[in-house]
Design a protein around this ligand. Structure first.
Ligand code: UD1
Ligand code: CA
Length: 469
């Protein structure tokens, strides 16, 4: 069998999105649109997935490290796009091309596999879907205007004319094609840009092939949403919602307990284990992993985090590139920034922020605290309002706090600084020197009580100083 390679068309600007971001990098559940297409194709076609890039090509390349790219300098239309990639693909030994629009994020491996199966041996074939409103899609014209008639042509929406093409049907071109490379090479030079869009349409290959007596297969995929294209913000939102719904359904099926499921958003790369609990609204994105018996409550946002068994992320916490160990508690209203690691049974409470900081097993920072570039030992207690002063305007420095240490409220730890195991720092201290293990440090102004002067009244006599104060 001739070797089949895939070409994903991802060079266009996506004018109808009205955005500076190239369309194929528009995000659905925080992953770029084209990555959905690539994930649907790779299980079926392995390594032979090529991507045609053009508009903001470097940004697109960056999103697919290790990908194979062909550069289309000017986006003159989908036929020009195919023509641009053919020489490289042919040189790589590919003889048949599965051409897929990069703006079909709902594509599934099953759909790709069945399309390939049904088009085996056909020199040219394409998938069709049936829509209530054919909108901007290319219309499929068949002999006798019947669904089972032979395909005659695809007519782009802009060119469609009832007088010329007969009554409008609901079957449209879905933007996925299988074509023998030899046939594409023969017909592409015949495609012109003499049309309403002034572009070279790949869909013109159909009529050209039919004109040469070649039967072109229009593979009807019915109302399958897997091939819906995204051209506008409205279509992006609808496709994202379909993906979201499908993912939440699958998680429920697998045994994740989800409260308010219509408000839960889980990205395609995130894993949520059966037995985990989620409460909407909440969002879990990137390569996150939520273990069984772990819990994410409402208004929580999780990006690229590991949340171990029995850990609870309470409401309104935002956590990113962090690890929350077994049975640890975060929030409400906590923020874990990249490099935060909470070991088993540790607690981070309200208005606490951690960045590049490790909280040892059972350690607690429960209120109003910033721990940046810090290591906190097991069982340590970080009082309310503790701040690690980790930045001197030029460099970052570490704070190390030992096991079972007790840091009093409203303490500033001026890094680099080390507080030993079992040490105690008095409330309100500004700690600039190391504190040894088992030592107590108080670094604050001593309290003085003096008479207060009040206008028109005698001075209040000072209190007798208490002995030992
Ligand atoms: C295309 C089809 C239409 C079909 C629809 C399905 C053509 C002419 N029309 O229309 O029949 O119903 O898809 O969704 O093909 N691209 C390039 N280089 C270019 C031009 C486009 O890479 O020079 C890429 C775009 O980035 C996009 C894809 O090709 O990912 C399709 O282009 P788009 O402009 O979205 O085509 P449609 O108008 O949707
Ligand atoms: Ca499109």
């Amino acid at each position: 069998m001739s070797r089949t390679g895939v070409l994903v068309l991802a060079a266009g600007k996506g004018t109808r999105m009205h955005s500076a971001r190239p369309k194929v990098l528009q995000q659905l559940l925080e992953e770029p649109m084209a990555s959905y297409v690539v994930r649907a194709l790779a299980p079926v076609l392995g390594e032979d997935v090529w991507m045609l890039v053009g508009h903001c090509a470097d940004d697109v390349r960056k999103c697919f490290p290790g990908g194979r790219f062909v550069f289309q300098e000017r986006q003159l239309g989908t036929a020009h796009a195919l023509g641009t990639a053919l020489p490289d693909m042919e040189a790589a030994g590919i003889r048949r091309v599965l051409l897929v629009n990069g703006d079909t994020p709902l594509l599934t491996p099953a759909l790709v596999a069945s399309f390939l199966e049904r088009t085996k041996g056909a020199p040219l074939a394409f998938a069709t879907i049936t829509l209530d409103d054919p909108g901007a899609y290319g219309r499929v014209i068949r002999e006798g205007g019947r669904g089972d008639g032979r395909v005659r042509s695809i007519v782009e929406a802009k060119e469609f004319d009832v007088a010329l093409h007969g009554p409008e049907g609901r079957e449209v071109n879905a933007g996925m094609y299988a074509v023998d490379l030899a046939l594409a090479k023969e017909l592409l030079p015949l495609v012109t840009c003499d049309n309403a869009g002034g572009e070279y349409y790949v869909t013109d290959l159909v009529e050209l092939a039919v004109g040469r007596g070649i039967e072109v297969l229009g593979i009807a995929c019915g109302a399958d949403t897997g091939l819906l294209g995204v051209n506008t913000p409205g279509e992006l939102a609808r496709s994202e919602e379909l993906l979201r719904e499908a993912r939440v359904e699958a998680l429920l099926e697998s045994g994740v307990v989800i409260h308010a499921p219509s408000l839960v958003r889980v990205g395609p790369l995130a894993e949520v284990a059966p037995g985990a609990r989620l409460t909407g609204p909440c969002e879990i994105y990137g390569a996150s992993r939520i273990a069984s018996e772990a819990e994410c409550l409402s208004h929580v946002v999780v990006r690229n985090c590991t949340v171990e068994r029995g850990a609870v992320i309470r409401s309104f916490s935002h956590i990113e590139d962090a690890v929350v160990g077994e049975g640890a508690i975060v929030g409400p209203f906590a923020r874990l920034r990249p490099g935060a690691r909470l070991e088993a049974g540790s607690h981070v409470g309200n208005f606490v922020e951690l960045k590049n900081a490790v909280l040892g097993p059972g350690a607690k920072a429960n209120h109003l605290t910033y721990l940046g570039d810090a290591s906190i030992g097991a069982g340590a207690n970080i009082g309310a309002g503790t701040i690690t002063c980790n930045y001197d305007g030029k460099h970052k420095y570490r704070t190390t706090i030992g096991e079972r240490a007790f840091i009093g409220s409203n303490t500033a730890m001026v890094a680099p600084v080390v507080v030993g195991d079992d040490a105690l720092v008095g409330a309100g201290s500004v700690v600039t020197r190391n504190v040894g293990p088992g030592e107590m440090a108080i670094a604050r102004g001593r309290q003085r009580n003096i008479p207060r002067r009040l206008a028109g009244r005698d001075a209040v006599p000072p209190e007798e100083p208490k002995s030992g104060s």
